[in-house]
Design a protein around this ligand. Structure first.
Ligand code: NDP
Length: 292
């Protein structure tokens, strides 16, 4: 049976470590990191995320600024708010909750956030830095995934890794991070032929597909490490719902060496990494080294 990689415990430790560093920053430099979260509309899942981000930001000792805008807000008004936040010295990180309503162009909004206040790692400049292996802000979900992999496996150098999914927010940055750790990386997607065979060759499988339990146990090489990024809500036989990943946990845990559960794996790491990125930006903007 696979070792369960406990993202809940890992993220709690990471958040405690961030809170300790924030306390040093406040005491020694009178700087309190501030994270502004902008939510447009009333998407229920987004509201849950934003609430939980705000709560954990405050628990880490940082300032949380929430901006809730009406679903009909114009792109010009949203850009004006971002401009105001870009110029606010108390704000070190700006996150615009996605998805945005259809009438707003996501790319223009993301790239209007100052690169110095980008905490999602979606700004083109940070995307470029990651692709050339330079230091920058790394997207939260892949960052949390690579942290768990390194914690569990140590040196990743030379390992065969497959990332299933090539989105800009998960698949591609995840592949770049694995490459930076000197893995031999395969990126699979909807046009990949014989995906099970591709997966079976991998020492590390990262599933970021958005298809409930698609990756089966017999796709996994015995002893491989499996990171399940997927979060899918599915209906149970009794009509209630539950969350499942992109990996069929029950069959995969019998074969894998280690696996992240859903929920309680990658999910909790994402917000912890958002706080990590906010701390980085607060230090950078103030010309301070991140406290040890
Ligand atoms: P996207 O829908 O943007 O991308 C999905 C990717 O999966 C695409 O590249 C697509 O390929 C590929 N894909 C779809 N079907 C197949 C298939 N049958 N075989 C192989 N590849 C396939 O999703 P995201 O990257 O945004 O999210 C992926 C999952 O991760 C979702 O479940 C999401 O909920 C979850 N997630 C979890 C987060 C967390 O905090 N834990 C954060 C973000 C996402 P193609 O490009 O060819 O279409």
């Amino acid at each position: 049976m696979a070792t369960i990689i406990d993202g809940k415990a890992f993220s709690a430790n990471l958040r405690a470590e961030i809170a300790r560093k924030v306390a040093i920053l406040k005491q020694n430099h009178s700087v309190t990191p501030g994270l502004a979260v902008v939510l447009v509309g009333e998407d229920p899942a987004s509201q849950v995320y934003v609430r939980s981000k705000g709560k954990q930001t405050v628990e880490a000792g940082m300032n949380s600024y929430e901006h809730k805008l009406d679903v009909g807000t114009s792109q010009a008004d949203l850009l004006a708010l971002i401009d105001q936040l870009n110029n606010d010295p108390d704000v070190h990180g700006i996150l615009v909750q996605l998805p945005l309503p259809k009438h707003i162009d996501e790319e223009s909004v993301i790239n209007s956030i100052s690169v110095d206040k980008d905490v999602d790692g979606f700004h083109l400049s940070n995307v470029g830095r990651l692709s050339i292996g330079a230091e920058g802000i790394v997207p939260c979900t892949p960052l949390g995934s690579i942290m768990m992999l390194k914690d569990h496996l140590g040196d990743l150098s030379g390992k065969r890794a497959i990332v299933v999914g090539r989105s800009n927010i998960v698949g591609k940055p995840m592949a770049a991070l694995l490459l930076a750790e000197s893995c031999t990386v395969t990126i699979a997607h909807s046009r990949t032929q014989d995906l099970p065979s591709e997966c079976r060759r991998a020492d590390i499988v990262v599933a970021a597909v958005g298809r409930p339990e698609m990756v089966k146990g017999d796709w996994i090489k015995p002893g491989a490490t499996v990171i399940d990024v997927g979060i899918n809500r599915v209906e149970k036989e009794d009509g209630s719902t539950k969350l499942v990943g992109d990996v069929e946990f029950e069959s995969a845990e019998k074969v894998a060496g280690a696996i992240t559960p859903v929920p309680g794996g990658v999910g909790p790491m994402t917000i912890a990494c958002l706080l990590h990125n906010t701390l980085q930006q607060a230090c950078r903007l103030n010309g301070i080294d991140v406290p040890e």
